[in-house]
Design a protein around this ligand. Structure first.
Ligand code: ADP
Ligand code: MG
Length: 318
C-alpha cells in the first residue's frame, strides 16, 4: 500500500457546514462563523515515549485525538477541525483500517472533522493540529487566576499514573482497580462540556497532562499568584490510596501525568455555578484550595504541615 492509496482509501473529510475544502487539495479551507475566535493547538505522541508501540491501533487513535481535544476543553473552546500527521515505519492495511475506523468513530463523538494532514515513513509519530471556536474575546487563559479564587479539579487524579505503573510492572492493583486505571491511561475523556460551561465565569484553566503540581504551577506563574491546596481534598478513585500506600499515591495524584482532567480557578461567589456546570456535564468537580498572593504553591497535609515535592510532575528534558 502506498501513501496515496492510504489517503484515497481511508481518509475522507466528513461533511461539515464550515468546511469549504477538505482532504485532497494542497490545503484545507474553512469558513469561521461570525462572532467567534479560532483557537489552535497541536500535540504530538511519540512511540516509546508517550505510548507503547504495541498498543492497539484503536487505543492509539483514541489517545492522540483525546489529548488534542483536551487542549480545546482547557480553553473552554468547542473543538471543530483536526489535521493528522503520522510517521509510520510501514503501511499495514489491517492496522490502518482499525486505526481509521476508531479515529472516525471518535471524531464524531468529539464533534471534530478531519480536514487534512500528512503521511510519511518514519518511526511511530502521531501529531494532531486541532482548531476550535470560542465566543469572541473569551478564552480560559492560564494567566487569569485571581487572588481569592477557588481552585477546582474535574474527575479524579492519579489513575493514569497508577495505570502506567501497572503496565510497567512497577505495582500490582486489584483487577477492577487496575482496569479503571489502565482505561484512564489509554482512553482519557476530554472535558469539553465542562470547559464550555465554566467559560462564562471561570478565570483560569488548564488540562492536567503533566501532573497537578506542575500544571497548576503553570497557572500560578502565568498569573503571578500563589496557592494553597489540601492533600486531603485531592480526588482519586476509591481504593487507590489504600492500595498504593500514601507516598506512592501522593506521587500519582500530584505528579502523575496523563489524567487530562481540568484544573481551573473561579471566584468563590461562583461555587453554585461550578456545581451546576459539573451536574450538566456529568463530571464531578472538587474544590482543592485557594489562590493567594504568596507567589508559590503550598501543599498542606492533614496535620497542617507543608508537603515538599522533589519533582513537580514530568519534564521531558529533565
Ligand atoms: P502535499 O503533497 O501537499 O503534502 P499530500 O499528498 O501529502 O499533499 O496529501 C494529499 C491530501 O491528503 C492533502 O489534502 C492532505 O491534507 C491529505 N492527507 C495526507 N495525509 C493525511 C493524514 N494522515 N490525515 C489526513 N489527511 C491527510
Ligand atoms: Mg504531504
Amino acid at each position: 500500500m502506498t501513501e496515496f492509496d492510504f489517503i484515497r482509501q481511508y481518509l475522507k473529510t466528513r461533511q461539515g457546514a464550515e468546511v469549504v475544502l477538505g482532504i485532497g487539495d494542497d490545503a484545507a479551507v474553512i469558513r469561521p462563523r461570525c462572532g467567534f475566535d479560532l483557537c489552535f493547538s497541536s500535540d504530538m505522541l511519540v512511540g516509546g515515549r508517550h505510548f507503547f508501540i504495541d498498543e492497539s491501533p484503536e487505543d492509539l487513535a483514541w489517545k492522540v485525538l483525546a489529548v488534542n481535544v483536551s487542549d480545546m476543553a482547557a480553553m473552554g473552546a468547542e473543538p471543530k477541525w483536526v489535521l493528522l500527521s503520522v510517521a509510520l515505519p510501514y503501511l499495514d492495511k489491517h492496522w490502518l483500517e482499525r486505526f481509521c475506523c476508531r479515529f472516525f468513530e471518535l471524531s464524531e463523538k468529539f464533534g471534530v472533522v478531519l480536514i487534512g494532514g500528512d503521511t510519511t515513513k518514519g518511526e511511530w509519530v502521531f501529531n494532531i493540529t486541532i482548531a476550535g471556536e470560542l465566543p469572541e474575546g473569551k478564552a480560559l487563559k492560564r494567566s487569569a487566576a485571581m487572588v481569592g479564587d477557588d481552585i477546582w479539579v474535574s474527575g479524579q487524579l492519579g489513575s493514569a499514573a497508577a495505570g502506567l505503573r501497572v503496565k510497567q510492572n512497577l505495582c500490582v492493583l486489584p483487577e477492577n482497580l487496575s482496569a479503571v486505571c489502565i482505561d484512564k491511561l489509554l482512553r482519557p475523556e476530554p472535558r469539553v462540556a465542562l470547559g464550555r460551561l465554566i467559560l462564562p465565569f471561570a478565570n483560569a484553566a488548564q488540562d492536567v497532562s503533566d501532573g497537578l503540581a506542575q500544571d497548576l504551577g503553570h497557572i500560578l506563574t502565568a498569573s503571578g499568584v500563589g496557592a494553597e491546596i489540601f492533600v486531603e481534598a485531592l480526588p482519586s478513585v476509591s481504593g487507590l490510596r489504600e492500595e498504593l500506600g500514601y507516598e506512592n499515591w501522593l506521587s500519582c495524584v500530584l505528579s502523575g501525568g496523563d489524567d487530562y482532567e481540568l484544573v481551573f480557578t473561579a471566584p468563590h461567589t461562583c461555587r453554585r455555578r461550578v456545581e451546576e456546570a459539573a451536574e450538566h456535564s456529568g463530571v464531578a468537580v472538587t474544590r482543592i484550595g485557594t489562590i493567594n498572593d504568596t507567589g508559590r504553591l503550598n501543599i498542606k497535609e492533614k496535620d497542617g504541615s507543608e508537603l515538599k515535592l522533589t519533582s513537580l510532575g514530568f519534564d521531558h528534558f529533565g
